[in-house]
Design a protein around this ligand. Structure first.
Ligand code: 26W
Length: 817
């Protein structure tokens, strides 16, 4: 058929008509029923239509010209909303505002109707979303592969101070961005057994027999670049039942039951696991992981075969898979399986290809977060993969034994199978052995991987290891979420920073101009007011506009030490009670974040924050000086209001525990000052902004290690009257009058000499640093200068920089213009 093309002008001229047509015809909305929800849907469809042409052009261009394609495999993509992002990237804002004014609404109001795509837990998932944005911005041939969960990250509510989880049915009103692609459906095997046989030429072969199969249906989401005619793809798989599944399992007499049983297959992509940093070993989770990996690899291979037939000579050089943590580590044995069983590769050739195109990113040092799968469970669910893993391990251990003869301990330590009564597969080791690149996500993190967690592997393959410090996209995390500051920046240095954040350092000299500082404060105050309104709407609490906005938002976890933050609030509360308030600046402390549903201590921390808040916020004496707020249901969209209004960013993890952090970068970019430990990317933030513009406290990673050797929290508490008072208030029930003893697990943890998080050890230093913050805030002019210098120094923390480094050092991939 002949191709039909529209010019951009045709489309733009008709924007009004088009919205009208989508309202009336696509959505069947009667003229007197038009509201911001209908308008949002009509608008999203109209914007998506504009993306489609550039989208298929991008695909054609990349297929024709890219020497190497990259696939970002991730169980999580924490996208948030897409409308405003697409509107900005297509430069449609003015056109759309005009159209919407005819309906008497603002773009912001319409955009706020869109449901967050919350297909991730936290840092790792949001990083994947920032990376896709940067890849599109840099015009790199990168496809994201993930799962289309029916239910994303749970919705958090608070009842009697406790977290309650509610399901997040984000697809209820449809997802206008996605395009279903039934012609690219794939089939994934589970269970069954393997059969070894000889093919017609007498070669030994293996087949996976009697498997139960599930179909993988792809849904594509467009990822638009910033005004560059590039639209990349995020392909999300949905599990659906095969028809024979029903016939096999159920007899013909129970037709309706058989059809209903389709649910079993469709369970696989029903819900995102809300665990962040602790693995739980559930079979369904392994099913999800393998489902993603198998569907995606088959997709890539089938596209390859379409273009090159069965000639795989260049496959390894032309394709690169980036594994987002170990969650998709089954890609290693799965690629081996597909090459050997389906395309007749010999082991050595398949292994060469696999090692040539896999790369692994580690995101955590916490031992409890390292994925291990029981060999029994694995063999049952994925029998063919388990065989391949055993073979990879045997060959690997033979080569290690050759390199380091008679080091039995080493062989046991690096084995992919952890021996014991219940042997387990160590997924991180599988990923390391199968990849040509292993990277950490901040300088300290990579150093600790090399010297600690992966020490033996670093000794074997020093050149595999490399660092890629994380970054965030300034398009969402500054240009979009902070219009006041963005236009102020652009008025002085132009708008090149939107695509080249290193340019933001040009703002540095303006820190010395009083007028500019005054304008900076006006923008900040406008943002604080936006947050005040948001918080009042969500919690009923009214923050004081003149107060220091002191904010900690992230997953609730012991290592992130929200507890340390609360102990400081209790200290301020005590000072206010005692009348010790000379020179104290008013402060609003806001804490937000979700606890994993099965993480008892994290949930208790949520309860403590809420209980302390209840006491502080009704106290007469605190009214003008102190508020504590727990903001429920922290999510991407909430951060878009929070980070522009933040003055003090809390990055207070136990040194050596936070791999990088990325919230810390969003705050810095928006002009917040950081109070933090020498952990993760805080170290690089401090290096860039300068020691004098960063509030440092606490032990560094080396001191933490030494501290553990003879840690005596009781002695520290007894020797420091202020700390002693804090503990007495907690233990005396000041915040648990109606439920005596509820917090004993927390106070006992604090006093435990084996407390992994060493909270009491850093408390004095933290209180003192907070006092320095207090003094600094009194000089608003000096504070503003520091704020400007933080923004001016944030160029390094753009995910564009991070992705350029992945592209140059790991992927060896060029932009396709
Ligand atoms: C198996 C359960 C599970 C689920 C998620 C284990 C571990 C995870 C992630 C690794 C948790 C995570 O999001 N890690 C964060 O990754 C960010 C992006 O690199 C870093 O900035 C954070 O420091 C790190 O905690």
């Amino acid at each position: 058929m002949n191709p039909v093309t529209f010019t951009t002008a045709d489309i733009l001229n008709n924007f009004d008509d088009e919205i009208d047509r989508h309202l009336r015809i696509t959505l069947g909305c009667h003229a007197d029923k038009v509201d911001s929800d209908y308008l949002a849907r009509a608008l999203m469809i109209a914007v998506r239509d504009r993306l489609v042409q550039a989208w298929s052009n991008t695909q054609a261009r990349q297929t024709a010209n890219a020497k190497r394609q990259v696939y970002y495999l991730s169980l999580e993509f924490l996208i948030g909303r897409s409308l405003s992002n697409a509107v900005a990237n297509l430069d449609l804002e003015d056109t759309i505002r005009q159209t919407l004014h005819k309906y008497g609404v603002e773009l912001e109001e319409v955009a706020s109707q869109e449901h967050d795509a919350g297909l991730g837990n936290g840092g790792l998932g949001r990083l994947a979303a920032c990376f896709l944005d940067s890849c599109a911005n840099l015009q790199l041939p990168v496809v994201g592969y993930g799962l289309r969960y029916e239910y994303g990250m749970f919705h958090q509510e608070v009842e009697n101070g406790r977290q309650i989880e509610k399901p997040d049915h984000w697809l209820r009103n449809g997802n206008p961005w996605e395009l279903e692609r039934p012609d690219h459906m794939r089939r994934v095997h589970f269970y069954g057994h393997t059969e070894h046989y000889h093919d017609r030429t007498g070669r030994p072969k293996v087949r996976w027999a009697n498997s139960q199969d599930v179909l993988a249906m792809p849904f594509d989401m467009p990822i638009p670049g910033y005004r560059n005619d590039t639209v990349n793809t995020l392909r999300l798989w949905k599990a659906t039942a095969t028809d024979e599944f029903d016939l096999q399992e159920f007899n013909a007499g129970s037709y309706t039951e058989a059809v209903a049983a389709k649910n079993m297959a469709e369970q696989i992509t029903m819900v995102l696991y809300p665990n962040d940093s602790s693995e739980n070993g559930k079979e369904l989770r392994l099913k999800q992981q393998y489902f993603l990996v198998s569907a995606s690899l088959q997709d890539v291979i089938s596209n390859w075969v379409d273009r090159h037939g069965n000639d795989f000579t260049e496959f390894g050089a032309a394709n690169c898979f980036q594994l987002n943590d170990t969650h998709p580590a089954c890609a290693v044995p799965e690629l081996m399986r597909l090459l050997m069983d389906d395309y007749d590769f010999e082991w050595d050739d398949a292994w060469k290809v696999t090692q040539q195109c896999m790369a692994y990113t580690n995101h955590t040092l916490l031992p409890e977060a390292l994925e291990r799968w029981s060999v029994g469970l694995f063999s049952n669910l994925l029998p063919r993969l388990m065989e391949i893993i055993h073979e990879i391990n045997n060959r690997f251990l033979v080569s290690v034994a050759q390199m380091y003869p008679s080091d039995e301990g080493l062989l046991r330590r690096v084995s992919l199978i952890e021996d014991g009564e219940h042997p387990h597969v160590r997924m991180a080791y599988l990923a390391i052995v199968g990849s040509f690149s292993v990277n950490g996500v901040a300088g300290l993190h990579t150093d600790l991987l090399k010297s600690g967690l992966f020490r033996d592997f670093h000794q074997i393959w020093p050149n595999k290891f490399n660092n890629k410090t994380n970054g965030v996209t300034q398009r969402r995390w500054l240009a979009h979420c902070n219009p006041a500051l963005s236009s102020l920046l652009t008025s002085r240095i132009g708008d090149e920073w939107i695509t080249r954040l290193e340019k933001i350092s040009d703002i540095r000299p303006f820190a010395e101009e009083a007028d500019f500082r005054a304008e900076w404060r006006v923008a900040r105050q406008e943002n604080k007011q936006r947050l005040i309104d948001f918080v009042e709407q969500e919690t009923g609490i009214v923050m004081m506009p003149e107060a220091l906005f002191d904010i900690q938002v992230k997953r609730i976890h012991e290592y992130k030490r929200q507890l340390l933050n609360v102990l400081h609030v209790i200290h301020l509360y005590d000072r206010i009670q005692r009348g010790d308030t000379v020179g104290m600046v008013p402060r609003c402390v806001l804490i937000g974040g979700k606890a994993a549903p099965g993480y008892y201590i994290a949930k208790l921390i949520v309860k403590l924050i809420n209980n302390v808040a209840r006491v502080v916020n009704v106290d007469e004496k605190c009214q003008k000086l102190l508020k504590l707020i727990f903001l429920p249901n922290y999510r991407v969209t909430a951060m878009e209001v929070i980070c522009p209004a933040t003055e003090l960013s809390e990055q207070i993890s136990t040194a050596g525990k936070e791999a990088s952090g990325t919230g810390n970068m969003k705050f810095m970019m928006n002009g917040a000052l950081t109070i933090g430990t020498l952990d993760g990317a805080n170290i690089e933030i401090r290096e860039n902004t300068g020691d004098e513009n960063f509030f440092l406290f606490g032990m560094d990673a080396a001191e933490v290690a030494r501290c553990r050797e003879n840690y005596n929290p009781d002695a520290i508490i007894a020797a420091d009257p202020q700390i002693d008072t804090i503990m007495r208030m907690l233990e005396g029930g000041r915040f648990s009058a109606d439920e005596p003893g509820v917090f004993s697990a927390l106070t006992e943890g604090l006093r435990n000499p084996y407390d992994s998080w060493l909270t009491i050890a850093d408390l004095r230093s933290f209180i003192d640093a907070q006092q320095r913050v207090n003094q600094a805030y009194k000089d608003q002019d000096a504070w503003t200068r520091m704020s400007i210098l933080n923004t001016a120094s944030s160029g390094w923390f753009s995910s564009d920089r991070t992705i350029s480094q992945y592209a140059d050092d790991i992927w060896k991939v060029q932009p396709v213009k």
